[in-house]
Ligand binder design. Structure first.
Ligand code: MN
Length: 502
């Protein structure tokens, strides 16, 4: 469902007419080589397209407008091969509505000590040309990433990749549509927020529906489609006997399949990329959608439980960022702790809705009672999440701004088999430890719902937050609680002043 290969990033090289046609020709050649080299490295998720060298305010303005109007273009890489007086960039940067990264590089890595002359110096000026460009970015208070190093360096490619993935997610966010069945879980605070503010800042829109609309979509599903999907379940999962054909609760599995097909059809028809449900509004449904949500997330949909549209959009964005990488992304909730021993841990899960993309092996498809919601028992996929690096992220609405909090974690194997736990789960140790991580998370107002990912990095989320003009707080191995508290206070002042136009 998510394919980044149709996207492109444009390499825009700045120069000026001072050096003569031969120098400009060489600049263009070098820039073409870099664009081709970056694309051919095989390490970047999107294509890098060479654009003609820009040397006038008109050309810069025009390429910015062209970028804005090109749906496949998710952002620009700006690089000043030579000096490019930055007043020329003001109109273009003002008009640009796509993210840009400033690649501070030089065509050749080595300085030719023995042969260097003024011709070489005139051509390779990024050391100071990029500083002039950097000034105008800062003067205009533009959010951007600055990457420093030779364009063939592994580290530079890796930082570019990260930025590109964030740019794809930002691009996706601009037209993201979230379907919301029912409203919020009653009385819950953190899942609420200002949808108008979110749409203005992030681009996505949230559409509310009565759950009856979903029921209507389910009613038109033919039995043959349900048969087909149930046999797909049999192929993909370890289906427990009572759910199999002839089993006592086979009908519940068929009902789950009907929910999945109805929900999928609804989302496809409405061109939605994410959705929310709530167990307090299930009128006309016999069971809370569990399996359906797990599988739709597996296909790239964002999801938030209990009406949590902010987490639904975040999960979708993280799925775009991590597309094609090893490891999955899911809706998650910090559920229960192990506070014993030297290394306290979190057991993450939800009532049902953990994405199958994070499963460590073949999930088992089981049915168990659900203690809330007052509906029939819902089938669900049960599995462990594989040990290894992961990240948790949350977005919350503070009233005057949105804030993102990110915490890298280490998923570990459960100490003992969780034979009686009827939901998918992950056990993790947060950075730097549970005490500091949970303390900082709570002081920051971070939600209990998160986007959890084995493929997305904290740096990707930082780049994404930069594009979204979103406050970004990282809790990692460097975090000290007293410094973190100061950061919260300082940010409060910063954003207050910023909202006043300073
Ligand atoms: Mn929840």
């Amino acid at each position: 469902m998510i394919d980044l290969q149709s996207f492109e990033v444009w390499l825009v090289t700045g120069s000026q007419h001072l050096y003569g046609e031969a120098a400009l020709k060489q600049v263009a050649e070098d820039s073409k080589t870099i664009a081709g080299g970056l694309s051919k490295s095989g390490k970047l998720p999107v294509k890098v397209v060479f654009k003609p060298v820009v040397t006038t305010p008109e050309a810069i303005h025009s390429i910015s407008l062209e970028a804005n109007n090109t749906p496949a273009c998710v952002g620009l890489i700006a690089w000043m091969h030579t000096f490019s007086p930055a007043k020329m960039w003001i109109a273009g940067l003002k008009a640009l509505h796509k993210p840009f990264v400033h690649l501070h590089t030089q065509f050749s890595a080595e300085l030719p000590w023995a042969s260097i002359d003024m011709n070489f110096m005139n051509l390779h000026q990024s050391a100071h040309g990029d500083r002039e460009f950097g000034f105008i970015g800062s003067r205009m208070r533009l959010n951007r990433k600055v990457i420093v190093g030779h364009w063939q360096d592994e580290d530079v490619l890796s930082q570019l990749t990260t930025w590109m993935r964030a740019a794809c997610a930002w691009h996706d966010l601009q037209s993201m549509r979230i379907a919301r069945f029912g409203d919020n879980m009653r009385d819950v605070a953190v899942t609420e927020g200002d949808k108008v503010a979110a749409q203005i800042q992030f681009g996505y829109s949230v559409y509310g529906y009565g759950v009856g609309e979903l029921v209507k979509s389910m009613e038109s599903i033919p039995d043959a489609s349900i048969d087909k999907l149930v046999s797909e379940y049999n192929d993909n999962y370890l289906v427990e006997d009572k759910l199999r054909k002839g089993g006592a609760q086979h009908q519940s599995l068929r009902e789950a399949a009907r929910i999945e097909l109805g929900l999928r059809a609804f989302l496809e028809q409405g061109r939605f990329n994410a959705f929310t449900t709530t167990f307090e509004d299930l009128h006309g449904l016999t069971q809370l959608p569990g399996l359906a949500v797990q599988r739709l997330m597996g296909d790239g949909y964002g999801f938030g439980a209990e009406g949590d549209w902010k987490t639904a959009s975040l999960v979708r964005s993280m799925k775009v960022m991590g597309s094609g990488l090893k490891g999955g992304t899911s809706f998650m909730e910090d559920y229960t702790y192990d506070l014993s021993g030297k290394t306290p841990k979190v057991l993450g899960a939800h009532m049902l809705e953990v994405c199958e993309s994070v499963a460590s092996g073949k999930p088992s498809l089981e049915i168990h009672p659900l203690s809330i919601g007052g509906k029939s028992d819902p089938p669900r996929l049960v599995f462990n999440v594989a040990a290894g690096k992961a990240v948790n992220a949350t977005v919350l609405d503070l009233g005057n701004r949105f804030r993102m909090v990110v915490n890298p974690v280490e998923v570990v194997e459960p100490e003992k088999p969780l034979n009686k736990l009827p939901v998918a789960r992950a056990v993790w140790i947060p950075q730097p430890n549970l005490k500091t991580a949970a303390g900082a998370w709570i002081l920051a107002g971070g939600a209990h719902h998160t986007g959890f990912s084995q493929s997305v990095s904290a740096e990707m989320l930082a780049d994404f937050a930069e594009m979204a003009n979103l406050e970004y707080l990282l809790i990692d191995n460097e975090t000290k609680l007293d410094a973190f508290k100061k950061e919260l206070r300082w940010n409060e002042v910063f954003y207050m002043m910023k909202s006043n136009g300073l």
